[in-house]
Design a protein around this ligand. Structure first.
Ligand code: SF4
Ligand code: SF4
Ligand code: FES
Length: 507
């Protein structure tokens, strides 16, 4: 299984079956055939600074910060950029010689010539390559006696992405991304020298690029800003938890950024401590490469909808465990249970459903996998990069425990007297009239009436795994604690399993 090739960009293929011996800073190293010095050094744990080079984009060689020295036996050494230099047998590369350090200092002086001293107000501060390299490889004040050039500070490239022209170092990563990965060709460089600017291409629309926000991550400086995250939180107040995007069955791996507990607001709304600050790709060659579509960036729109936190039984609010018992009684006494299985449930929850609910109910159960989510109006349904048509992250695993739900309403068994709805996507109007309804749900919905309602956690509130459309399993970790009154579906299934077994239902 592989992610689509465009997800990897345009780098030349590396032949891992052939190796080349060479030296970095006097230490013997091995490169794969086709690797450049920067790639081989990175694998060997030697960091070479880089701005314009990105491992999943083509190599323009324009920033020159990756300059290295190559020793020549019996001759003068030569200097060239490590990102565009193929490793050759016996090559002796120096990345930390005095001359290399001097060249880096000079290059940093040049790159920061017109860069504003904006770190104190810049969203990238704390994770900015320019800031890091300044301290690591330069450390001097500007040698320039001239005024810095000024340019527009808030130039909207689209409704989602803002450009600060003064901070741009013209590495062209963003331009190459739209040409080589997203395919929109929506960005271009205009003018020359220190007047050069990144601008939307005249014949394209960056608003239509559903991968546009990746340019914010790959911009090595704070020139490209996410409108939705702008000035929300400093980087060092937040931390990332590895997760999976539930926006479609590709299941891109992501980092969900949220406020660090030690920086929790004490005097402000406590919800600010449990909100998604931003989402970035979690690089994964097996699924999404280094990218995600914008739907992952908008995960808060999916996951921060109004919640259900009060369990209900027969029209009255009850504690969650009482609702679980009431539901167990309905299941135990049912003639025919139809379970609509969530395609958002984790592998672990699906296993618990199979063992604790499906097995004891046996022949009295009909289980169907439903779509919890369908494409929304205006959404790109499918493309040739990452986005797939199924808007549910775990249908592949769900189909291993239950059959796909038939579209024909006539397929419902005539003797259905209890319907178990797990997750979203099954409004009351779609269920057989007269049947008792048990619902496990996380989000409030007007059309989700039930005889027994049990609030359950979202996948951001527990550990688990999803199996994507191509069978790749990815883990997600707990980002937030579940709200009070909310149970985990797997625990509910376990409680039901004990109740059904205690009642001898499986016998
Ligand atoms: S906006 Fe950022 S990514 Fe684009 S050219 Fe400028 S520095 Fe590079
Ligand atoms: S392609 Fe699918 S899984 Fe990946 S980020 Fe977009 S919606 Fe999420
Ligand atoms: S990283 Fe090599 S020239 Fe920019």
């Amino acid at each position: 299984m592989t992610a689509p090739t465009r997800a990897r960009g345009n780098n030349e293929p590396v032949d891992t079956s052939r190796t080349i011996d060479f030296f970095i800073n006097g230490t013997p190293c091995t490169a794969f055939a086709g690797e450049t010095v920067i790639q081989a050094a990175q694998r060997a744990g030697v960091a070479i600074p880089h701005f314009c080079w990105h491992h999943d984009l083509s190599v323009p060689g324009n920033c020159r910060i990756c300059m290295v020295e190559v020793e020549q036996e019996g001759g003068d050494p030569w200097f060239d950029i490590g990102c565009n230099m193929p490793v050759t047998a016996g090559m002796r590369v120096l990345t930390e010689s005095d001359r290399v350090k001097e060249l880096r200092r000079d290059t940093m002086q040049f790159i920061t010539l017109n860069h504003p001293v904006d770190c104190g107000i810049c969203n990238k501060s704390g994770e900015c390559l320019l800031q890091d390299y300044h301290y690591e490889h330069n450390g001097r004040a500007s040698l320039s006696r001239d005024q810095k050039n000024h340019a527009t500070k808030f130039y909207p490239l689209s409704q989602r992405v803002m450009l600060d022209n003064e901070r741009c170092i013209m590495c062209t990563r963003c331009v190459r991304f739209t040409a080589e990965v997203s395919g929109s060709r929506a960005l271009a460089a205009v003018h020359r020298g220190d007047h050069a600017l990144i601008r939307p291409a005249e014949d394209a629309n960056f608003d239509l690029d559903v991968y546009s926000d990746n340019v914010i991550d790959i911009c090595p400086v704070g020139a490209l800003l996410a409108v939705q995250d702008l000035d929300k939180a400093r980087v060092w107040y937040t931390e990332a938890t590895p997760s999976v995007c539930a926006g479609c069955a590709r299941g891109c791996t992501i980092n969900v950024w949220h406020r660090r507990p030690e920086w929790a607001f004490k005097a402000l709304d406590p919800h600010l401590n449990a909100r998604i600050e931003r989402v970035t790709p979690l690089e994964n060659p097996a699924v999404n490469g280094a990218w995600t579509c914008n739907k992952a960036r908008d995960l808060s729109q999916l996951m921060e909808r109004p919640r259900v936190t009060q369990a209900m039984a027969h029209g009255r609010p009850v504690p969650s465990d009482e609702a679980v018992r009431e539901a167990a009684t309905l299941l135990r006494d049912a003639r025919r249970v139809v379970a609509l299985v969530s395609s958002w449930g984790s592998n672990e929850e699906l296993a618990a459903f199979g063992a604790q609910v499906a097995a004891p109910l046996g022949a009295r159960l009909t289980a169907w996998v439903k779509a919890d989510h369908v494409p929304q109006p205006g959404e790109v349904v499918q493309d040739d990069l990452l986005i797939v048509a199924d808007k549910n992250p775990n249908r592949a695993a769900a189909l291993a425990v239950a059959a796909a739900m038939p579209s024909d309403a006539g397929a419902w068994p005539l003797d259905t007297d209890v319907v178990l709805v797990w997750g979203e996507g099954a409004p009351a109007s779609s269920l057989p009239s007269g049947a008792r309804v048990v619902r496990l749900t996380s989000f409030a919905a007007d059309d989700a009436s039930a005889d027994v309602l049990i609030p359950v956690s979202t996948y951001l509130e527990r550990d688990g795994h999803f199996t994507n459309v191509e069978g790749t399993v990815s883990a997600f970790r707990t980002v937030f604690a579940p709200p009070a009154g909310v149970a985990h579906a797997a625990d509910v299934f376990t409680a039901w399993g004990m109740a059904l077994a205690g009642a001898g239902v499986s016998a």
